[in-house]
Ligand binder design. Sequence first.
Ligand SMILES: [Zn+2]
Length: 247
Amino acid sequence: MRIPEDPWNRDGFGRRNFLKATCAATALGLTGGALLAGSAYADALTKAQRDKMTPEQIVKAMKEGNERFRRGERKNRNYLREQEASAKGQYPAAVLLSCIDSRAPAEVIMDLGIGDIFNCRVAGNVENEDILGSMEFACKLAGAKVVLVMGHTACGAVKGAIDNAELGNLTRLLAKIKPAVQATSYGGERSAKNYGFVDAVARKNVEMTMGDIRRDSPVLAELEASGAIKITGAMYNLETGAVEFFG
Ligand SMILES: [Zn+2]
């Protein structure tokens, strides 16, 4: 039995029309990833677009994306088009290490799309050798130019580390955050009930994780020293929706 042609089949009618639409959009100057400045239209990043951007421009684009999110705006986006455009290859601009917290999805809070960034997520955004391996792949082999460690306010993992919570494998994970608890200088009450202290520890944890990445990954440290990549941090505020970048 012959299967009727799917109009959106990549090798059929849909693909050609898609390419025609892409060319038309290019002619009008409408294409560009969500990371590209000055474009209201979001599409998957091409290699040429990504390679042209400096690490600073990529950070700036993420900041602008968060500003759009905070204004309740977003780029004109079609996920199916992004999926289609990125199916044959991916050229993400950054690799993120952020918490599993359901309220801090990087693509949403920075108005990014399919193919824009690599994501590593683990409670408390701590590094380990698997995450470092993923980051080395992202930067050295796949060409990402920014490593962003993003913590957030009111982080449950940070609270757990402060409280010495114990549960199965979680105990070992929280142990990786404890050095940040100890290293945080804070004048007030050092408890998980004090949000000021929790957020100060979360910030210190991001700073220390950035240091851990540089120490434990000569590959990334070398890329940073050569200027090929930027390793930086950020804190996401659950209350205000703002991502505060460290640099
Ligand atoms: Zn968290």
